[in-house]
Write a protein that binds this ligand. Structure first.
Ligand SMILES: Nc1nc2c(c(=O)[nH]1)N[C@H]1C(S)=C(S)[C@@H](COP(=O)(O)O)O[C@H]1N2
Ligand SMILES: [Mo]
Length: 245
């Protein structure tokens, strides 16, 4: 749907304008407009049309449950690219036998989870596009536990405002509760039929196809529910916090 490679520079500036003007990303824009955004002229028209709407209309339109597009198994990008704030050889090597997912904040049950136990929860699969703000995208076959299922299982206070994530590599990020409960916000354990590769977040990562890629935290080690915005690694450096639909 979106060919980012050919229009890197133009798309980067479009992305900046989108985020500044409307808290929207290219991914969200393409989802909403149905345009492939390969033609800059067309992208500009959509952007200008959007910028004429007032913020209140946008907030109502973009809050909640709109679904990101899904793809066929034949369209999955293999191997899935690596990206992080460090080179690939520094990706954390997590030992599954001692790994636990920690849970804290506004939740009833703070018991830590093994990966094995996470696999006893109802699993879901989604083949969706991951869009990085740096100008590339790739289609992944993510399988695991919907974050909503997990939050309900631990008795999270879903009237709280935020869900925060801390990662094995000191990365961190956060979602508003509505986005955390979105049906396509997934705690992925597998890519295709295999456990996640180290490069892509073993043993547990988020897949949040309604948001820009930096919201899909890899190597998740802890989840917490809070009424204070936890920010994040990129969010704290000025990337738009919402970054999605
Ligand atoms: N723990 C962790 N999660 C992370 C990052 C990171 O550096 N560390 N980078 C983010 C960014 S910017 C992107 S685009 C995706 C890249 O995921 P990938 O390596 O599976 O392509 O991970 C996101 N989650
Ligand atoms: Mo990214």
């Amino acid at each position: 749907m979106i060919k980012l490679s050919d229009h890197k520079t133009q798309l980067a500036s479009l992305e900046r304008r989108l985020l500044l003007r409307s808290s929207l990303s290219i991914g969200a824009l393409s989802m909403l407009s149905g345009c492939n955004l390969q033609d800059d002229d067309q992208a500009d028209k959509v952007l200008w049309a959007l910028s004429r709407w007032n913020d209140r209309v946008q907030a109502r339109l973009f809050s909640g449950s709109r679904l990101a597009p899904t793809y066929a198994a034949s369209q999955v990008t293999k191997p899935f690219p690596f990206n992080a704030f460090y080179p690939e050889f520094d990706a954390p090597q997590v030992d599954l036998s001692s790994w636990r997912l920690e849970v804290s904040g506004l939740v009833a049950d703070k018991t830590a989870w093994t990966a094995e136990r996470l696999r006893t929860l109802p699993q879901a699969q989604q083949i969706t596009r991951h869009i990085c703000i740096e100008g590339w995208s790739a289609i992944g076959d993510w399988r695991g536990v919907p974050l909503k299922t997990f939050l309900q299982r631990i008795g999270a206070d879903t009237t709280a405002r935020f869900v925060g994530f801390r990662c094995a590599d000191r990365y961190h990020s956060s979602l508003d509760m509505a986005s955390a409960l979105h049906p396509q916000t997934l705690l992925a354990l597998d890519f295709g039929n295999e456990a996640l590769p180290t490069a892509n977040g073993f043993p547990l990562r988020l897949s949040v196809p309604t948001k820009l890629g930096f919201k899909s935290a890899k190597h998740v080690a802890a989840i917490f529910v809070s009424n204070t915005n936890p920010g994040g690694y990129w969010e704290d450096q000025g990337y738009n916090w919402f970054s999605g639909i």
